[in-house]
Each structure stands twice: as C-alpha cells, then as structure tokens.
Design a binder for this molecule. Structure first.
Ligand SMILES: [Zn+2]
Length: 460
C-alpha cells in the first residue's frame, strides 16, 4: 500500500490534514514552475489586446501547434503542411484505441490526467509539463479577475473520496489544507442526515470562494433553505467545475450564499477554454485553441456539436477532436459590454449523451428535462434513466409536499417533453447514488445509437 493510501485509510484526521496540506503545496509548486509566470503575463496582456493582434497570435499558435504535432506524433505524421480543415476528425474511440501512436511523450516525462469517459472506459491523457503550467496560468488569471488568489479561503466540492464511514458517524465531512486555506468537502455524503455537519463546517470556515460541482453546492443550499437557514458569511464567487450549470443551480446558489456564479468550460482531456466575463457572457478564449461548431452532417453551423483543437495538448495532440459537447454561438453582431473581442457563446450544453430520446420529439436535452420540476413542489432531486426507446424510469427523492397532485403535475410536464409514446415510470426513493467520479447525473441515457430511430419503436 502506498504511503498516501495508508494515511487516507488509517491515520487520524489531523495527520491527514497535515499530509494533504504538504501534498497540495507540493502540487502547487509544480504547477507554478517553468513557464507559469510567463503565461500569467501572456494572458494578462492579451486580455485587453486589439482584435487583429489576437487573431494574428491565434493563427501563430495554431500553425505552431499543428507543425509540432505532425513532427512529433506518429498518428499525425503524414499530415505535414496541411491546414486545420484538411485534418481528419478524431473520434473518442480512436483516441482510446490509438493513444500510443497519438501521444508525443512517455508517461514518465509528462503529467497523466485520467478522465471518466461517458462509455465508462476511463481515458488517460498525457500533458507536457508546460501544457499544465499554461492551463493553470490561464485558470488563475481568470479567477484573479474576480479577486481570487492562492491563500484566500476556499471551500472545495470535488469528486475525491476523503471521508471514511467512521468519520461520517462523528460528522467529519471534510479535510483541511492548513497551508493554502482550502477546506475539501466530500461530495458523496451531502444528505438530509448529514446536513447539519456540512452546514456547521461551512459556516464555521466562512470561505471567500467556492470551487467544485454545482449540483453538490446546490443540494446544500436547497437543504439550508428548506430549514429557513440564512448564511451570515459572504462568499465572493463560486467557480463551478465539471457539470453543466443549470439555471436553477445558479439562482438558488446566488440567493442562499449571495455570490456570483462564474462559469467555465475546460474538459480534463484537454479542451480549449470558454470563460465567463464580468458582464456575464461566455467567451471562447481564441489563444487556447479552436472550436469548430458542426451540425449532424459535420458541416459548419451556429449551433451543434463541437470539434476541438487545443493548443495545450502538445503531449497528446487533440486536433478536431469530437469531445461530445454542444454549444450555440452568439450572432457575430453581438458585442459584449465587457469590451472583449473574444467570440461569445450563447450556451454550452453538457455532454451530447445527456438527453432522453423521444421517438416523437427526437433528442430532449438536459435543460428541458430539468425544467420539468418548475412549479412542482416537493422534489429534492431526480434522475431519469432510459434503457428502451419507448420508456423511461424516473427516480425521485421528495419530501411530503410531493403529493399525488404534484406527482401528476411533474408527469404531465415530462410527457409534454417526451411525447405520448414514451411510458414514464416514477419511483420514490430515499437516495440517488452519484457516479464513481462523484458527479450527479440527472439524465442517464443507456440507448445504443441504433435504437434511437423512429423505426426502433415499431419493432417493439
Ligand atoms: Zn464579455
């Protein structure tokens, strides 16, 4: 057993906290080495640069990235001198199967990042150290616009499993990094039974910033509101990660904690960045890569799936990578009040598999599904699972306000979106487990692509 695992399993909490503090400090020092400082300056300088200067620099970066990839990656070896649109599209399955010929370096020379794919297969991507330094420099630059810097008090809600069963019995639901002033909350145990422990630890810590899963912070806020609790501290900003920020998350979290919710998009296998500006728009950062928006036939579109080319993936070059997320671009005439020339995205729609298939209505996306709870009383959280084209199963955690009337109301809203040909089965449950990654999923689509056609229904 590695020392780290041993400490996490057996050591007293205070020893674990010291270990976490030292380990984190070590990680930060790694990320802040090398080109980190230069990239902080770089991103600060280009934040306010004129549009032609940004375009020129974006071109230079693309050219340099493609040149290096074709020279160093076997997979791209015979594409030298091509322009971006002449490169093949890279599918997720290809990335998984051909990792060794795509990557440009050995694992030991890079930084390995593991991500859970939607298929359940986990993906391993290798970053060059300077890729990571650049990504962290941009992230820190972005957060600094909202006053954040390392050392300010942060409450973190991520998918790390930190808390043991015996800790839970004592109400220990977090770990502390004393040096960098970070409290890591477990996102696996936010429930009615454990609420008091979470709320007490949160209020006593009084974080200035929050980082992590929006669904977890939302759960905590909803439970506080149910109990008429007021938060008497003041959170400056919440930086959500990993999940789509639904409108109801944003509203509830701002209302309960009094903070701004500042969204970002940057998938862990290495997408370019989309960052929210102080005027509330989501801007593509053109110096981090290229987003091509395409329709179902992979032709250029205003709204649809994205193909990403990310300049910070020199260790595992991603060129026209079909990452599985969707965006809608704002009209080119739209000028953001913040003054930035960076292109604006109207919305980012999580993973493309986050939808329910309706033989009548086609894909019903996550946002529409989650809207079914509007004006329905008593739902704490719910999850829709679809294994057949003509039926879905919905698990609901509810309180006693979820009366027969309200249930009908909810089912009507669901049927309105899914169409009459989809049978809806409702189950009241005590709890809905999170995924292994710690993320909560509202929608679980288990259909194969073949079953998502109108003909599939007739076969049944
Ligand atoms: Zn803006």
């Amino acid at each position: 057993m590695a020392l780290k695992d041993f400490i996490l399993k057996y050591a007293p909490i205070v020893v674990q906290n010291v270990g976490i503090s030292l380990y984190n400090t070590f990680l930060y020092s790694q990320r802040h080495k090398g080109r980190y400082k230069a990239y902080r300056d770089y991103y600060r300088r280009f934040e306010t640069a004129a549009a032609p200067d940004v375009a020129c620099e974006a071109d230079r970066r693309l050219h340099e990235f493609l040149r290096a990839a074709t020279q160093q990656s076997r997979w791209y070896g015979n594409h030298q001198g091509k322009s971006l649109h002449e490169f093949p599209i890279l599918e997720k399955t290809q990335l998984l199967a051909n990792m060794d010929s795509i990557r440009t370096m050995e694992e030991k020379d890079g930084i390995v990042s593991l991500t859970g794919g939607t298929t359940g297969a986990s993906m391993k991507v290798i970053y060059a150290p300077h890729d990571m330094q650049e990504r962290f420099a941009l992230k820190d630059h972005f957060r600094a616009r909202y006053g954040y810097s390392l050392g300010k008090k942060v409450a973190w809600f991520s998918g790390k499993s930190l808390v043991r069963p015996k800790d839970l019995l004592r109400g220990d639901v977090y770990r502390d990094d004393y040096i960098n002033k970070i409290r890591f909350f477990s996102t696996f145990h936010i429930s009615q039974q454990n609420f008091d422990a979470y709320w007490q630890a949160f209020c006593q810590f009084k974080p200035e910033y929050l980082v992590g899963f929006p669904s977890s912070v939302y759960d905590l806020c909803t439970m506080a509101e149910e109990r008429n609790l007021k938060y008497d501290g003041s959170v400056t900003a919440f930086f959500p990660t990993a999940e789509t920020v639904l409108p109801k998350y944003r509203e509830t979290i701002s209302r309960v904690l009094g903070c701004q919710v500042i969204d970002q998009y940057a998938a862990s296998e290495g997408a370019p960045f989309i960052l929210q500006c102080p005027s509330g728009s989501l801007h593509i950062h053109p110096l981090t890569g290229v987003f091509e928006v395409v329709d179902e036939n992979l032709q250029a579109a205003e709204e649809g799936e994205i193909l990403v080319t990310a300049f910070t993936t020199t260790g595992t070059p991603l060129i026209r990578y079909r990452i599985g997320d969707r965006i809608k671009l704002a009209p080119p005439s739209f000028k953001c009040a913040c003054g930035s020339s960076f292109p604006v995205v109207e919305y980012i729609d999580g993973r493309t598999s986050d939808f329910i298939w309706s033989p009548e209505n086609g894909k019903v996306n996550l946002g529409n599904i989650s809207n079914c709870t509007k004006d329905v009383a008593g739902i704490v959280c719910f999850q829709v699972t679809q294994s057949e084209a003509d039926s879905v199963s919905i698990s609901v955690v509810a309180n006693d306000q979820f009366t027969a009337d309200q249930q009908q109301h909810f089912l009507d809203a669901m049927t309105l979106r899914l169409g009459k040909s989809v049978a809806v089965h409702l189950h009241l449950v005590q709890e809905i487990p999170r995924e292994k990654s710690g993320k909560f999923r509202i929608v679980k689509n288990m259909l194969t692509p073949e079953s998502m056609s109108p003909a599939a229904l007739q076969r049944n």
